[in-house]
Design a protein around this ligand. Structure first.
Ligand SMILES: [Cu+2]
Length: 70
């Protein structure tokens, strides 16, 4: 199990957080994702056998948010 901490740009309300949360929860290999709206930080636990950092970042970018590794 690996952990990825991302700065997510563009989240302005809890609706945004919900959208990002949904994408992460549905992402194969992600076991846990905590998102903090105030700081814009997402802490993501994932299985390296099933997904990779790049794929998780792309999934967030695909719905219109910026994501970069801390
Ligand atoms: Cu929003």
């Amino acid at each position: 199990m690996a952990q990825l901490v991302l700065d997510i740009g563009g989240m302005t309300c809890c609706g945004c957080v919900k959208n990002v949360q949904k994408v992460l929860d549905n992402h194969i290999g992600v076991s846990k994702a905590d998102i903090d709206l105030a700081s814009g930080v997402a802490t993501i636990d994932f299985d390296e056998q099933q997904t990779q950092e790049k794929s998780i970042i792309e999934a967030i970018e695909d719905i219109g948010f910026d994501a970069c590794k801390r």
